[in-house]
Design a protein around this ligand. Structure first.
Ligand SMILES: [Zn+2]
Length: 332
């Protein structure tokens, strides 16, 4: 049953043009499903799995993670050498569980008292990441609020200071404090951005913006600010909360408009990037983050012919509606 669902998802991913991806927050059951599909010769994508963990450092937890990593390594298309951790929750009212440097505002616009919870204490996170480094695991941290981003960067900085060489990434990054922007480059941490969300809609306009105030409203989903600060941004999705279409994400990221509700205007209009930067984020730079760039991510002699064909030519002058309407040609 689960295998059939996974096969259907793999088919839909292929049709959307996705040939390799990070499967974030993978359960043990899902690792086993992927291995079974690969053994049945039904897997045609490169899949790197970020194993779900509660982030509590113990020998038992690392033993469990290593068993799953070894299992995945039995199949050439699979790897499970990432760990996914959660630094915080969500920014939307009324949940407001994203960790913020400044408190959420109340409905009347006055500063409130909620800064959002910290899911992992800084020391606990640092110890876990150092242990993960010693065991050869890469780390991917969910951070929505600017305090969560800072905590994640602090833990990565601690690991780098102790010689940590692994691939480190932070997913989502709905808000980043301007002071922290240069740290992505300095620490070689990849921002993994889900830019399908970077549009005005009920969630952003009604459940987030009123509660963060004017200054923070200027810089949600800071794709351009990160890029300008030298970070290597990587494109992702939050399927099944969002679609996984990279063309939808890119159409929104170059316009910061909502294709379904154009009358709403833009969300963070200063943060757009040209299409070429987003193509890089979804291809070679994503491959770099996953350590697959020697073989994948660009058209180059000697690399795998792991390519897709689009139904149109796209460049920086393409309208977001053109990007959104792009289809991947199926082999005929
Ligand atoms: Zn997440």
């Amino acid at each position: 049953m689960r295998e059939r669902a996974l096969l259907a998802a793999l088919d839909a991913l292929a049709k959307a043009g996705i040939t390799s991806y990070l499967e974030a927050n993978t359960s043990e059951e899902t690792v086993r499903n992927y291995v079974q599909l690969a053994r049945n010769q039904q897997l045609h994508a490169h899949v790197v799995m970020a194993l779900r963990s509660d982030g509590i450092d113990s020998e038992a937890e690392f033993t469990r993670l290593k068993v799953l990593r070894t299992l995945a390594a039995s199949e050439p298309l699979l790897r499970a050498d990432y760990i996914k951790l959660f630094a915080d929750g969500l920014m939307e009212f009324p949940t407001q569980s994203a960790a913020m440097l400044e408190p959420y505002l109340e409905a009347d616009g006055k500063p409130g008292r909620n800064f959002g919870p910290t899911y992992l204490l800084p020391d606990v996170l640092s110890w876990f990441i150092r242990h993960a480094d010693g065991e050869g695991f890469n780390v991917h941290i969910h951070a929505i609020g600017d305090r969560a981003a800072r905590i994640a960067l602090d833990a990565y900085a601690d690991s780098r200071a102790h010689g940590g060489q692994r691939s480190y990434s932070i997913a989502h990054l709905e808000l980043v404090d301007p002071q922290d922007l240069p740290r992505f480059k300095a620490l070689n941490v990849y921002p993994s951005l889900q830019l399908q969300w970077a549009r005005p809609d009920n969630y952003s306009v009604e459940a987030v913006l009123p509660y963060i105030g004017a200054a923070r409203q200027q810089r949600p989903y800071p794709e351009r600010s990160l890029k300008d600060a030298g970070a290597t941004i990587v494109g992702g999705s939050d399927w099944n909360v969002s679609t996984f279409s990279p063309f939808e994400a890119m159409a929104i990221a170059i316009s910061r408009r909502n294709p379904a509700e154009p009358q709403r205007g833009e969300l963070g209009a200063n943060e757009t990037l040209p299409l070429r930067d987003l193509f890089a984020a979804c291809t070679i730079d994503a491959a770099r983050m996953l350590g697959l760039d020697a073989n994948l991510g660009s058209l180059q002699a000697g690399k795998a012919a792991d390519l897709i064909v689009l139904d149109r030519r796209l460049d920086d002058a393409s309208a977001s509606s053109e990007v959104l309407a792009t289809q991947v040609r199926s082999p005929s």
